[in-house]
Design a protein around this ligand. Structure first.
Ligand code: PEP
Length: 258
C-alpha cells in the first residue's frame, strides 16, 4: 500500500536558529496521523545534523535537497551521499526544477545522481514538471513521460520501489498559481498509467505521487482529495509551522476514508 507523504522543501531559507525552531514547532504540534503517512523536512545542509537529532524518535523524518553523483572527490561546494548517510539520512530530493533551471541539471546529470544515490541505498523524491510554455504549446504529458524515461526508467522494478515521484508544474512553483485539483489528478493518473506500462500494476499502485506548486492550507484539502494525489512537496507553506501542520492534517483528513 502506498504511503501518503507531506515533504517540506525549505530551499535556501531559515538560519540555524530559526530552522531548529521551526523543526521543534513541527515536532511539538505534530498531530495524530495515519499509519501509512509520512512527514519529511528538507532543510538546508547546515541544519541537517541538529534537525536530524531534534526529530529522532519522532514521526518527523529529515531529507536532503540534493546530492552529488560521485562518491567523493574534488567537487568544491558539493555534498555526497555518504555525508548525508553519516548524519542518518536516507532520503534526498533530486530533479527539482530550480536545480534543473538555475544549476543546469540535465536529465543525464540527474540519471547519474539517481543511479548513484540508489546504488548507495538512498530513497529519492524525484521531481518532474512542465513549464507554462510547454503546457500551453506542447504535448506536456509526453514531456513529463520523457523526464521519467531519461532519468529514472533505467531503474529496475526493485530499484524503483525507492522512488517517490513529485509532480511539480514549474508554472505553479512559488508563483501562487496552483494546478486545479482536476489538473493535478489528470497528470497523476497519467503518471501512474506510465508506471503501470513500464513496470507493473503493483508498482504503479505502490508508488507515492506527490503534488507540488503553491500548495497551502487554503487549497490542500481539494488537491489531496484526489485519489491519485498521495500528498505534497511543499515550498513556501513549509516555512510556517502552523501552515505545515494544517497541511499534515489536510492529508490525514482526505486519506482517512480511503
Ligand atoms: C517546491 O519548490 O517544491 C514548491 C512546491 O514550492 P511552493 O510550494 O512554494 O510552490
Amino acid at each position: 500500500m502506498r504511503k501518503y507523504i507531506l515533504a517540506g522543501n525549505w530551499k535556501m531559507n531559515t538560519d540555524i536558529t530559526t530552522g531548529i525552531q521551526l523543526s521543534q514547532e513541527i515536532v511539538d504540534q505534530y498531530p495524530t496521523t495515519l499509519e501509512n503517512q509520512r512527514t519529511i523536512l528538507c532543510p538546508p545542509y547546515t541544519h541537517l545534523f541538529p534537525i536530524e537529532k531534534e526529530t529522532k524518535n519522532t514521526p518527523v523524518e529529515v531529507a536532503a535537497q540534493n546530492c552529488h553523483s560521485e562518491k567523493s572527490g574534488a567537487y568544491t561546494g558539493e555534498i555526497s551521499v555518504e555525508m548525508l548517510q553519516s548524519l542518518g539520512l536516507k532520503t534526498v530530493i533530486l530533479g527539482h526544477s530550480e536545480r534543473r533551471s538555475y544549476f543546469g541539471e540535465t536529465d543525464e546529470v540527474l540519471k547519474n545522481k539517481v543511479n548513484h544515490a540508489l546504488s548507495e541505498g538512498m530513497e529519492i523524491i524525484f521531481c518532474i514538471g512542465e513549464s507554462e510554455d510547454q503546457r500551453e504549446n506542447e504535448d506536456f504529458l509526453a514531456i513529463l513521460k520523457s523526464q521519467m524515461e531519461q532519468a529514472i526508467f533505467q531503474l529496475n522494478e526493485e530499484q524503483f520501489s525507492n522512488i517517490i515521484l513529485a509532480y511539480e508544474p514549474v508554472w505553479a512553483i512559488g508563483t501562487g498559481k496552483t494546478a486545479s485539483p482536476e489538473q493535478a489528478e489528470e497528470v497523476h493518473a497519467f503518471l501512474r498509467a506510465c508506471l503501470e506500462e513500464k513496470y507493473s500494476k503493483e508498482t504503479a499502485q505502490n508508488t507515492s505521487i506527490l503534488y507540488g506548486g503553491s500548495c497551502k492550507p487554503a487549497n490542500a484539502n481539494e488537491i489531496f482529495s484526489k485519489p491519485n494525489v498521495d500528498g505534497g512537496l511543499i515550498g513556501g507553506a513549509a516555512l510556517k509551522s502552523t501552515d505545515f501542520i494544517a497541511l499534515i492534517n489536510a492529508l490525514t483528513t482526505q486519506k482517512t476514508t480511503r
